[in-house]
Each structure stands twice: as structure tokens, then as C-alpha cells.
Write a protein that binds this ligand. Structure first.
Ligand SMILES: C[S@@+](CC[C@H](N)C(=O)[O-])C[C@H]1O[C@@H](n2cnc3c(N)ncnc32)[C@H](O)[C@@H]1O
Length: 337
């Protein structure tokens, strides 16, 4: 597969440009070579005209893609090439595998279970997933193999997270995002996390940084699991977590301002003005945005900053695909004064 050989200091801007042109191959990882970085690109005639050397390179797949590829190769024994094209990405949460099975593979459920167990012998439950429902964003699952439970302990970024997929939202794909935020945080910060769920963001940040976190969650069962998670990780945490059970729109107006606010906003909820009003230094605001509307989203944030008399710098980062052309994005908003 092709790669673009780019001097190290130019790697980040070139990567951004490749992404905006749709030429960056996010399934593979870049690799450093001396003073250069090999950036993974897709096969496309446009890559020749970018002014950098194009060469063939075996760049490793990102880990989540690699596991997925393993399932694909195991199932190649039983499924046709056409059927393999319909195989979706799946998640491993503790000892539970969660997979979406499209109608084209309905007759292959047993083979998919066999393949998943072969690739992940530690699995105890395999569930197929439906969609996130209601204000608490709980998915609809049906167990297709194994023990009849949807609770487990998931390990991520050095913490253990008790989850119950039938009672509370949890998304293992945000692991990299939680790590990114934990790295941005400095010791001593006071942090507010509304829509905190079972506390994955709070735990990962408090695991590594001496901070004071206030987290807010409305779903009683997520709140209870979050409290258990604080106890489960107590000895490992450098920071402190205060967890409030309540509605963000009622609780936040009563709270002071914080150095940093992290809002994993549920889809369809607009908490921009409220969360921004609580941020002294940084707001990380998650939302779901069509790629054609990313600039409008940025402008909406800038307008809200102006309305609140704040001078802000806004960077929008695509965090994951949600559906074709719609991304989960994070707006990193720096409040300058
Ligand atoms: C997208 S989930 C994020 C959960 C968690 N931060 C995570 O990443 O796993 C949004 C969370 O907000 C909670 N929620 C929804 N509306 C709320 C409200 N008005 N006040 C407090 N929490 C709310 C839901 O129960 C859910 O746990």
C-alpha cells in the first residue's frame, strides 16, 4: 500500500491536508524513518501531484483494525467474499463481544459466533447490538451466545470500568480520546464533566493527574456504577472525583466555574451555552456533525463565545465515524480571556 514520505516537521500539516482531501488512510499507522515520516495514503492518482515521494510501505494496521482483520481471516474459511464485505466492526467490552449483524449476514450468525470465539477465546457473552435509545443513550442488545448478562468489567487506559450495557451507556471506542484528554490535563486543574455516564473520562484523567473532578449524571444506574468504579479504582487514582446524581441543566447553574469542562454530550442535546459558561480555560465539547456543517459548527461556537464576552480559539477534531458523512467531533475551545 502506498505511503507519502514527508519531512518530520511537515508531517502534521500534510496529514491534515491529506485528511481534508480524503486521501489519508486512517486504517494504517504512520511510521518514522530518520528525519521523515511515512504517512499512509489510499491508492489514488492525486497522491502523485502533492510534491512528496510516494513509495510502497507495509505500515501496520491500527490495533482495532488488526483484530477486525483477524476475524475476517478466520471467517474466510466459512463465508464467501461477498458475505465478508458485509462484516461490520465489533467491540470487545470486558468479556463481552458486541457486533452489529446486517440483514445480508442474518443466516451466518452461528459462523460469526464461531469466528469471534476463535479469535477471542476469553469471551463469555456475544451480543448483537441495536441502536442507542432514549435520553440515557442505552442500546438495545440481544445475546446470541453465552451467559445471559450484559454486565462486565472493562479495562482501559490503566483503569477498571464496571459497565452494564443494559442499564448505562458505554463506548469503548473513545479510549483514544480519553487518553488524549488525560494528556492535555495539568496537575492541579479543577475539571467539570457533565453527562459523565459510568465515569470513564473521570477515571482515566484522575488515574494520571492530581486533579479535582466534579461529574454529573442523571441515569441513576449509571450513577451507581460510577460510584462503584470510584471504589474499584480508589488506590490507583491520583485525582479526586466528586459525583453528583442529577440533571445537568439543573445542577450546572448552581456550580462554580472550572479550569476545564469536558462535555460528552448525548446526541440531539444542546448544552453548548451552559457548558461554555462554566469553562474558564478549556471546553471540550462533543457533538455529531455532518461533514458539510463543520465550519457552521465552529462559527456557532465562536458566536456563543462572543455572546458570553469570551475570546476563544476553536479547533474541531473528527473523533469517529457515526454514519456516512456524519462524524462525532470534539470542539477543543480555548478560552483566551
Ligand atoms: C453519550 S453518553 C456519555 C456517557 C459517558 N461520558 C461515556 O462516555 O461513557 C451521555 C450520558 O449523559 C446522560 N444524560 C443524558 N441527559 C442528561 C442530563 N440532562 N443530565 C445528566 N446526564 C444526562 C446519559 O444518561 C448518558 O450517560
Amino acid at each position: 500500500m502506498p505511503a507519502l514520505k514527508v519531512p518530520r516537521r511537515e508531517a502534521e500539516p500534510v496529514k491534515r491536508r491529506l485528511k481534508s482531501l480524503g486521501l489519508y488512510d486512517g486504517k494504517r499507522r504512520p511510521r518514522r524513518e530518520g528525519g521523515y515520516v511515512l504517512l499512509p495514503v489510499i491508492s489514488d492518482p492525486r497522491i502523485e501531484g502533492l510534491g512528496y515521494e510516494v513509495l510502497p510501505a507495509e505500515l501496520p494496521l491500527r490495533p482495532e483494525r488488526q483484530i477486525y482483520r483477524n476475524l475476517e481471516s478466520v471467517l474466510a474459511e466459512r463465508l464467501s467474499e461477498e458475505e465478508l464485505k458485509h462484516l461490520r466492526r465489533y467491540d470487545i467490552i470486558g468479556d463481552i463481544a458486541v457486533i452489529q449483524i446486517p440483514p445480508e449476514l442474518e443466516h451466518r450468525v452461528e459462523d460469526i459466533v464461531w469466528g469471534l470465539r476463535k479469535v477471542h477465546p476469553f469471551l463469555r457473552v456475544i451480543a448483537r447490538k441495536g441502536f442507542h435509545e432514549g435520553a440515557f443513550r442505552i442500546r438495545d442488545y440481544s445475546i446470541i451466545w453465552g451467559e445471559r448478562r450484559l454486565n462486565t468489567v472493562h479495562k482501559e487506559n490503566g483503569v477498571e470500568i464496571k459497565v452494564d450495557l443494559s442499564k448505562a451507556f458505554f463506548n469503548p471506542r473513545m479510549k483514544g480520546e480519553r487518553y488524549r484528554l488525560a494528556q492535555l490535563v495539568r496537575d492541579g486543574e479543577r475539571i467539570l464533566i457533565p453527562f459523565a455516564g459510568v465515569l470513564p473520562y473521570a477515571l482515566v484523567i484522575a488515574r494520571y493527574k492530581r486533579v479535582k473532578i466534579t461529574a454529573v449524571e442523571l441515569n441513576r444506574e449509571a450513577y451507581e456504577l460510577g460510584r462503584e468504579n470510584i471504589e474499584l479504582n480508589r488506590k490507583k487514582l491520583k485525582g479526586e472525583i466528586e459525583f453528583i446524581h442529577g440533571d445537568v441543566f439543573e445542577v450546572l447553574p448552581e456550580l462554580p466555574t472550572y479550569d476545564r469542562v469536558i462535555s460528552p454530550t448525548p446526541r440531539g442535546v444542546d448544552a453548548l451555552a451552559l457548558t461554555l459558561s462554566k469553562a474558564e480555560g478549556w471546553l471540550h465539547y462533543y457533538d455529531f456533525v455532518h461533514e458539510a456543517d463543520i465550519e457552521a459548527f465552529r462559527e456557532r461556537i465562536i458566536e456563543e463565545c462572543e455572546r458570553q464576552g469570551k475570546d476563544c480559539k476553536v479547533k474541531i477534531k473528527k473523533v469517529s465515524d457515526f454514519k456516512p458523512h456524519v462524524f462525532k467531533v470534539c470542539a477543543d475551545v480555548k478560552v483566551v480571556d
